[in-house]
Design a protein around this ligand. Sequence first.
Ligand SMILES: Cc1cc2nc3c(=O)[nH]c(=O)nc-3n(C[C@H](O)[C@H](O)[C@H](O)COP(=O)(O)OP(=O)(O)OC[C@H]3O[C@@H](n4cnc5c(N)ncnc54)[C@H](O)[C@@H]3O)c2cc1C
Length: 443
Amino acid sequence: MTSGSIFAEGFKTTPWWWEWAPPTAEGSVPPPRETEVAIIGSGYGGLSCALELARAGVGAHVLEQEAVFGAGASTRNGGGVGFATNLGKGRSGQGSAIEQQLGPERMQAMLLESQESFVHLEHLIQRERIECHYWPTGRFVGAAVPRHYDRLARQAEKLNKTVEGDFRMLPRERQHEQIKTDLFYGGLMSERSGRLHPALLHKGIRDAARRAGATMSAGTKVTGVERDGAGFVVRTTAGDIKAREVVATTNGYTGPELAWWRRRLVPVRSYIIATEEMPEERVRALIPHGRTIADTKRVLSYFGMSQDRRRILYGGRASFAGDTPENTARTLHTMMCAVFPELAGVKITHGWTGFVAFTFDALPHFGQHDGIHYAMGCNGSGVVNMTWFGTQLGRKIARTQNRPSAFDGIGFPTRPLYTGRPWFLPIVGEWYRFRDRLDRWLA
Ligand SMILES: Cc1cc2nc3c(=O)[nH]c(=O)nc-3n(C[C@H](O)[C@H](O)[C@H](O)COP(=O)(O)OP(=O)(O)OC[C@H]3O[C@@H](n4cnc5c(N)ncnc54)[C@H](O)[C@@H]3O)c2cc1C
């Protein structure tokens, strides 16, 4: 048991989601000596790719380094789903710089594909009858300072011209209709977004992939991939596998064995806490319509109520240097109480972490390098994205894609001397935190 008044008896450092759907090795088989497509990583990306390939009659085998499937971000995330708002969400005008670089047509195509990816997730949940508590609650992004309200308004106007997300502004004086806090200066609402149970979604896609005929091996780490004639040989801790095609969907868990990708991804820990159960009326009083909430800070927070309406799940970057689950849970508790002071006496039952993969241009990346197909770098928005990109990778390999993905083949930038070890994070993270505080003092 952990001492300290904010911790409930039996506090756990595993995701609250795992109480329903703990990652398992169920269905794991020994790796084959040969497969048509070898897929590295068993998150949404790898499994969606396997599902789509199997549906098209192409042999697909998923390789997972951990003893269980889905031990990465796919069973640890906040379960917030939406589209478009996070595209090119870089700071200091990075979003528009990217638009300039890629051109307005490409950017528009990406936005439309982002909308399509959301529709795809809803369709997948229905088609495969995935019981993942999908709840189309809509979303509210709170402006941390007044000028962010104007920025959000510009973003809403732009998005409404291209996609059908029904993006609307909610001024501060009406904010309590959506969230009982005075911390924000109004915000942006979008209707086409919601919440789901990430681990149940993961289980649903895994089951669907297996039903369709895909196979998978847990406890099988890929240690290298080499060209072998027209195909590849995949070196694993359980022996070599010959494959016609190889797919890498390792995202925030990419190791040195995939050095080219590791140099392009910045793995950042994100943390979440779950409060103890409260009466439903108390939770509903805080977020009356159950919307998913995020804010506009550089070091952002994301939160919402659990699908049983009895808890608050609060996530954010509680530490950039890595810290104990107890310390990061304390930090998140303090952050949560800044939004909802009435939760000061409420204890925490779970506090956990996982790696999010950031990219240097704040865009997700999809394509092929040295013959290896990949999709990675969702900058904290991978539930919809990786399910979509995995499916698109499957279609591309099976040649069942209607048209190339708008994300396919854009340059995947790195930085000189960066090898995948983000030594600069504590410094940059603290600088961002300081800038957030400064913005509020000056507001
Ligand atoms: C705390 C947290 C909160 C988040 N909240 C949200 C949210 O609310 N909404 C949202 O859209 N997104 C959110 N995300 C992001 C989202 O969860 C991820 O983008 C998404 O799950 C990535 O899926 P994936 O399949 O690409 O990778 P993962 O699910 O991370 O899977 C990658 C897998 O690859 C395996 N692997 C790595 N190397 C090897 C190897 N050499 N051999 C074999 N296997 C290997 C890993 O073990 C891992 O299982 C959050 C992420 C975190 C961590």
